[in-house]
Design a protein around this ligand. Structure first.
Ligand SMILES: [Fe+2]
Ligand SMILES: [Fe+2]
Length: 293
């Protein structure tokens, strides 16, 4: 548990979905969803909402330092917190309920199923469907008492200069790495085009699930999981100077995945019971029975 943070610092958002709601406003779906985007935009200008999102990013940008990420890796990548069969983990994740915003919110399982069902409907390979289905399971970090800004939020490289294409770049001025000469140049501790595998990202649900599943899924799936919140790159191209050619090839998959994550919300919630047998088989095909958290 993180006793070094106050409750307000640990949970600046009413719930963690507010980060994704904000993403949809920042990156509205082109054309067909304009009307919806307009609606969201109205909500967005509800000033309280903007303030919580701003607070969230301020904390995220202040505290996600190179050392912080290293500490979190040591803490969580031993996977010694909990062992759960896959479906128990889904139930566990689903206890992350949103009680403050009943209108807009799906539970976690519904978001996962809407994402994966949209992928399936487009005829993509089964491992891509599975990726949609599990991509946010790393959010269980919240249930281990982690602050929201160390679970969700746009991710970005640490150990080098923060791009001004990251949302609210001005908040990085409060980050100790901002003044640290090892970390505050364009390349920082990295070589030009070193490849993202050599680059430490800010800590959150993406890296955590990637590390948990890296031995079980094809490489494009792993890129989608690991970098799906790296908006500064997949939407803005802000870190081209760190990517190698292989990353560029693989980011085509990250790009392909993103619309399913952001825009797959449909009015009718998925029929969890009817879909479960298909997903049980799919999970059994690729993943071990029990996951270590
Ligand atoms: Fe996510
Ligand atoms: Fe998601």
């Amino acid at each position: 548990m993180n006793k070094q943070f106050t409750d307000k610092e640990s949970a600046p958002l009413g719930n963690i979905e507010e980060w994704e709601d904000d993403l949809k406003i920042r990156y509205p779906k082109p054309k067909s969803e304009q009307a919806k985007a307009k609606d969201d935009y109205r909500n967005y200008h509800d000033s309280e909402r903007v303030d919580t999102v701003r607070d969230f990013y301020r904390l995220n940008h202040h505290y996600q330092t190179y050392d912080f990420v290293t500490k979190k890796e040591q803490e969580f990548l031993k996977f010694d917190k909990k062992e759960m069969p896959f479906w128990e983990a889904i139930d566990y994740l689903n206890t992350l309920v949103d009680d403050s915003d009943p209108d807009t919110s799906l539970d976690q399982l519904q978001h996962l199923l809407q994402t994966s069902e949209a992928i399936r409907a487009d005829g993509h390979p089964d491992w891509f469907v599975l990726t949609g289905f599990i991509h946010d399971m790393g959010k269980v970090l919240c249930l281990f008492g982690e602050p929201q800004w160390a679970v969700v939020g746009d991710t970005f490289p640490v150990g080098c200069k923060h791009s001004d294409k990251i949302v609210y770049p001005e908040f990085f001025e409060g980050n100790p790495d901002y003044e640290d000469e090892r970390y505050n140049t364009k390349y920082g501790i990295y070589e030009p085009n070193t490849g993202l595998d050599n680059v430490k990202m800010s800590w959150g649900h993406d890296e955590y699930l990637y590390q948990m599943t890296k031995n079980y899924l094809p490489e494009p799936a792993l890129y989608m999981i690991r970098y799906h919140s790296f908006y500064a790159q997949h939407r803005e191209g802000a870190y081209d100077h760190l990517l190698n050619d292989h990353d560029r090839e693989m980011f085509k998959w990250v790009d392909k995945f993103n619309p399913y994550d952001l825009y797959s919300k449909v009015p009718v919630p998925p029929d969890v019971k009817a879909l479960r047998p298909y997903y049980e088989d799919l999970v059994a095909k690729y993943l071990p029975d029990t996951l270590k958290f």
